[in-house]
Design a protein around this ligand. Sequence first.
Ligand code: CAA
Length: 383
Amino acid sequence: MDFELTPEQQQIQLQARQFAEQEVAPLSREADEKGIFPLPLIKRMGELGFLAGPVRQEYGGAGMDYVSYALLCEELGRVDSSVRGFLTVHASLVSLCIQDWGTEEQKHYYLPRLATGEWIGCYALTEPNAGSDAASLETTAREEGEEYVLNGEKIWITNGTSAHLAIVFASMDRSLRHKGICAFLVATDTPGFLREPMPGKELGHSASEHVHITLKECRVPKSALLGAAGDGFKVAMSALDRGRLGVAAGAVGIAQACLDACVAYTKQRRQFNQRLADFQMVQAELANMAADLEASRLLVYRAAWAKDRGLPTTQATSIAKLFATEAAMKAASQAVLLHGNRGYSNEYPVERYYRDIKGLQIYEGTSHIQRIIIARELVGRDR
Ligand code: CAA
């Protein structure tokens, strides 16, 4: 077992940290307040090779390994979950999904455009009546001559406002349940592809774009099918196996940011004639945060390491997502508390971490869903 990062991994970690601290951090508070995604960062991430990190070089990617990709997501997550969330949807759920399931023609057409940020990708699985139970989706696809015609609704689609390309999941035959589902590559300017922002104000990820999509007789060519007909559910699940790794790494970043903020604040803040950091009760909280953080980090790196070796990673990824997001939730809650009333205002960033982390426990499969996946691998299914 080797716990040391390779020189290449250390280089990506450093580059990602510098980008996050120097180019993302100065924009984060305003983006969060205004609820607007800092779009110029997308091109920059393309230039730096981040947008298509693990995509192979022949398709315009940087060809980085999954450990490097986890380091990248961790560094972005430490500073801004909306930016990290953009990347995991664009790269893990869209580009890598096309790399795994696409034809050579699809890969050569879409991946270089997604790698530079010329095109932005979104992943349209969730529906009003199909959230955790994704196989029950109601969007339909019917064959008509040389086309498929899509009808239905999708909600909470991240990157949806700016996206040029959506991977849309729809059923050719709902009586077949998951075996009837197909994945389609849909250009968002296709007639019948309509989008509007989700109603209401969100708790966190305020800068992220979340849209409601209506597909109304939306016609796509036969060549838009991604994977074979009926493979759509597996396309969706395998994409989420990768997406959840990025989310888990983002949670490690949030927990690290909380710990850093608490160490700095409790060393400087004095009450009862001593530093907060000198109270044993405070030290116990800092120690718990540090222990949980290191455990989360090791779980994430282990899942990434296993992906790099082509090992099965569904369970390892769900364990990493479950543990890391729950640990970061505790860390963020404690961080707000240790900062007292300052932690409750956006004078300090911990309140944003606290609002954002709740989203990581929900999207790409809630903590309950991760427990179902982990338990099924332990006990199988009786049906
Ligand atoms: N990889 C490949 N195939 C998989 C798989 C995986 N990780 N998981 C399951 N499958 C396959 C199974 O092997 C099975 O195949 P066969 O029919 O050949 O046996 C098939 O898929 C059906 O599997 P299940 O019976 O396990 O399916 P299920 O209906 O019981 O659901 C579930 C399983 C894990 C609960 C799944 O529904 C799930 O992950 N739900 C959560 C959905 C989710 O995460 N949504 C988030 C959407 S994206 C988002 O949040 C934000 C955004 O903007 C992107």
